[in-house]
Design a protein around this ligand. Structure first.
Ligand code: FES
Length: 98
């Protein structure tokens, strides 16, 4: 078993909270309970991808997601609980980071 997977959602930056990141955090936590997942979901400060907010990062994989909506939560929790890899459509890549 590797390190436990944790999700950190930016809720203390300047932009993400205005774009609904707290709702994303709440929804992710609800999904973790719903799916009886062992993922841990926490709020955090600015992740440096403000323009792509609401932003979050999944560790230890260091996958970054942007423009996350509450309705994406089930898919994110499922993918990272099962270890089936990132939800590609939400991944922030350097190219897309404008
Ligand atoms: S304000 Fe959320 S990543 Fe910067």
């Amino acid at each position: 078993m590797g390190k436990p997977t944790k999700i950190y959602v930016c809720i203390r930056g300047k932009k993400c909270p205005k774009r609904g990141s707290k709702k994303v955090l709440a929804e992710l936590q609800a999904e973790v309970a719903n799916q009886a997942s062992s993922l841990e979901v926490n709020g955090c400060g600015c992740l440096g991808t403000c323009k792509k907010g609401p932003s979050l990062i999944v560790t230890p994989d260091k996958v970054r997601y942007g423009r996350v909506r509450p309705q994406d939560s089930a898919e994110i929790v499922k993918a990272h609980s099962a270890g089936t890899g990132p939800v590609e459509k939400l991944v922030i890549t350097k190219k897309k980071k404008k």
